[in-house]
Ligand binder design. Structure first.
Ligand code: HEC
Length: 120
């Protein structure tokens, strides 16, 4: 009986902590931002975003999920054939795993796609 109460308390705490962290994470909506009136390319923005946020896991000799995001070709393919953009905007299963990046960064990634995944 006591064990059941303990388990219930632990589960309740886990839920409470979980809702705290999701509240802190900035899941801001990109649609509230002013439109980006410039062309986004891999060289202008995307390369730095990948290197600052993704390469620690998606680079080196054993990249996470076999996904190496250290080159233009690989990043473009991941946006076309894997779910790179979706995962960067997925608040429940985000990439990076710690939480979705700022709306400004995600808007840049969306613009890269609409601009045609240019290298430079
Ligand atoms: C702390 C390590 C870590 C970081 C940082 C990270 N990832 Fe990941 N990523 C993983 C792991 C582990 C998986 C496999 C498990 C999963 O899908 O959640 C994964 C899976 C993915 C997938 C799914 C691939 C597929 O085909 O299903 C994509 C896309 C992705 N990551 C993109 C990114 C992007 C883009 C960034 C940076 C904005 C990033 N990741 C940052 C560890 C990381």
């Amino acid at each position: 009986m006591k064990k059941t109460i303990l388990y219930t308390a632990v589960i309740a705490m886990v839920f409470a902590l979980n809702s705290c962290t999701t509240a802190i994470i900035d899941e801001g909506d990109t649609s509230t931002l002013p439109p980006l009136n410039r062309t986004v390319t891999y060289k202008s923005d995307v390369e730095a975003i990948m290197f600052n946020n993704c390469i620690t896991c998606h680079g080196g000799s054993a990249p996470s999920d076999g996904l190496d995001l250290s080159t233009f070709q690989n990043t473009k393919l991941a946006a076309q054939q894997r779910n790179l953009i979706q995962r960067m905007n997925d608040a429940t299963n985000p990439m990076p795993q710690q939480g979705v990046l700022s709306p400004q960064i995600r808007q840049i990634m969306d613009k890269w796609v609409t601009d045609g995944l240019l290298e430079q």
